[in-house]
Design a binder for this molecule. Structure first.
Ligand SMILES: [Zn+2]
Length: 602
């Protein structure tokens, strides 16, 4: 695992963002046991009895710092990682508990059997299990996973001996508590004990048997995600990541049906064109919207973006289907890039397709989730499968792998996001030989590049000669005998695309967050623009309380044009009198704090 990840170098706009996150929030928000998010766990702070969900940053940071160390091997990251992890281990109590809640406020004294609590004790514990488990993967030191196991055994004791219901230890119809399924599956890979397995089974059972939730059964029946539990996007998606991992460990087919139906429901009705799961029209900003309802003011929480990428990655591992890679790529280039600040430190909490960008502060959940999602990108980019090398995100990068017993290096160049072109050069991992020396044979294997969902067609060339690439399971696949210096070129037609949607307002009640108080009964049509994998936007402000006067006629909309630079890269889209830029090239915090992708059609 370690060598695979270490062998990826990322460049291009995604690499630039990964680098900024690495030197930004990862290096600065937590860098020692004295950092605020870790000091929360100190005995002095715990005694104050505040608790609070901000304890989650510790586990998210341990996980992300571990991934960053696996990727870079940087001793400075290792130092920070082990000093923080060792400090947390020193606070673990005799009985195994580790958290930031004072004894009398912990989850196991509550809740009443009737009520979900509003506290986050087990949520934080779950993130600690995730972080400590990954710390052992990164460092090879068993003590961190051992601590995660002791913590899990403590949870086990409270659940199986004290009668605590996991679902009742957290909000959102039990999904905040049962989300521990995800890290428990990670831990099971390192510590496959009977107690960890029993906790995994109990999480799945409670997700299904909690009356207001019935997550697995309702997904199996094909219910829309908005109709399950309270529809909380982040927590539900995290539970589904856990269910996908549990399927991989134990093979219960019901879980796979549930996961596939979840993906179908989200992609058919609950994703923005930026690739983020969204809410905010009918109920609350953080809950899935009713499937049939749409408005241009879609709200995406960055935590949900991270978890949607995690879930797609697990589905890709299960099925090998390139459609999941395409989702990860779209989300990376749009929803994630739209939320990140250029300094790698700050993040947007809520990104709206039309409307304000809401950052909140550095204590906010989304600031750590954005950091984590960035560091996961290099892990998603390539896979070595039995048959060869698979490319899941197209971006400038280098990847070294062992394929059928031989070391192979792929160097990927070209500005795919701005041109639709990608070029792959094969090598041995050593310096390329001079032209007069014979190229080394690399062997016969597949190179497979996911077929982006936006691409209407493609051309493949090997060493300048057009060739047939077959699409298999969502990947353009070429099997041949490769040699050092071979060049594989891919080109996807990079043209302007538009999509239209209709905001059909039907009176749906009178709660604060729906629109019936303002608008009652109308139909409006909207258009937005994409080219290649990118969505185009301006920073014009359009809010549902005060709608923008900017609108375009059908004639203007049809005449929209894509503007290219002299070297053929996408720069802008011109629609009527408005110029749009790729949303990924509009870092928040530098300019107007609003985005606008949906034009009303007049
Ligand atoms: Zn968040």
């Amino acid at each position: 695992m370690l060598t695979t990840v270490l062998s990826i170098i990322v460049g291009g706009m995604l690499g630039h963002a990964v680098d900024a996150g690495y030197h930004g929030r990862l290096a600065q928000y937590i860098n020692s046991p004295q950092s605020y998010a870790i000091a929360l766990f100190s005995p002095e702070s715990v005694q104050k009895g505040k608790g609070g969900w901000q304890g989650e940053h510790a586990g998210k940071w341990l996980y992300t710092a571990s991934k960053a160390y696996e990727r870079t091997g940087d001793p400075a990251v290792l130092d920070r990682l082990t000093s923080v992890a060792d400090y947390l281990l020193s606070l673990q109590e005799e009985n195994g508990y580790l958290g930031c809640y004072r004894e009398d406020k912990r989850y196991y004294h509550r809740p009443s059997p009737e009520a979900m609590t509003v506290d986050w004790d087990t949520w934080i514990i779950a993130y600690l299990i995730k972080g400590l488990t990954e710390t052992t993967v990164a460092t090879g030191n068993a003590k961190y996973a051992d601590a995660a196991l002791r913590l899990t055994e403590f949870l086990h004791w409270t659940v199986f001996d004290q009668g605590i219901k996991i679902a009742q230890t957290g909000q959102h119809s039990g999904m905040a508590g049962c989300g521990m399924l995800d890290p428990l599956c990670d831990l099971y890979l390192l510590r496959p004990t009977a107690k960890v397995k029993e906790m995994i089974d109990r999480c799945i059972q409670e997700l299904d048997e909690t009356p207001c939730l019935q997550l697995v059964s309702l997904l199996e029946k094909g219910y829309d995600v908005a109709l399950i539990g309270n529809g909380k996007i982040y927590e539900m998606t995290r539970c589904l990541t856990g269910l996908a991992k549990a399927y991989q460990l134990f093979g219960d087919k019901r879980l796979l049906v549930a996961c596939n139906n979840f993906w179908n429901s989200v992609t058919s009705s609950h994703l923005t064109t930026l690739g983020g799961p969204w809410g905010g029209i009918n109920f609350c900003w953080e809950l899935f919207n009713r499937a049939a309802e749409w408005a241009p003011y879609e709200v995406t929480e960055t935590c949900s973006v991270m978890e949607w990428m995690h879930f797609n990655w697990e589905m890709l591992r299960i099925t090998g289907d390139g459609k999941f890679a395409s989702e990860i790529e779209k989300t990376s280039y749009n929803a994630l890039m739209a939320a990140r600040a250029e300094d790698g430190l700050r993040w947007i909490y809520y990104v709206r397709t039309n409307g304000e960008l809401t950052p909140r502060g550095d204590w906010a959940c989304c600031w750590s989730s954005g950091m984590t999602a960035l560091e996961d990108i290099p892990c998603y980019m390539y896979e070595t499968r039995k048959s060869g090398i698979y490319v899941n995100i197209i971006e400038e990068s280098a990847y070294t792998a062992e394929v059928k017993g031989r070391k192979v290096r792929i160097d990927q160049t070209a500005d795919y996001a701005l041109t639709g072109k990608a070029s792959f050069v094969l090598g041995t991992g050593a310096a390329m030989k001079p032209e007069n020396e014979k190229a080394e044979k690399l062997g016969s294997f597949e190179i497979a590049v996911h077929l982006p969902q936006w691409a209407s067609s493609y051309t493949v060339k090997v060493n300048g000669k057009e060739t047939d690439g077959k699409v298999k399971n969502g990947y353009i696949t070429l099997k041949r005998s490769w040699k050092e210096g071979d060049v594989l070129d891919l080109e996807f037609p990079y043209t302007l695309r538009s999509i239209e949607k209709t905001w059909e307002y039907r009176n749906a009640g009178s709660k604060e967050h729906n629109f019936s108080n303002w608008y009652n009964g109308f139909t409006k049509h909207y258009v937005s623009y994409m080219a290649g994998p990118l969505v185009f936007a301006t920073d014009h402000l359009d809010r549902f309380e005060k709608q923008s006067p900017i609108a375009v006629s059908r004639d203007e909309a049809a005449k929209a044009e894509l503007l290219l630079s002299e070297d053929g890269k996408a720069q802008a889209v011109k629609v009527g009198g408005t110029t749009l830029r790729p949303i990924c090239l509009m870092p928040p915090f530098e300019g107007e704090q609003a985005r606008f992708i949906w034009f009303q059609l007049k």
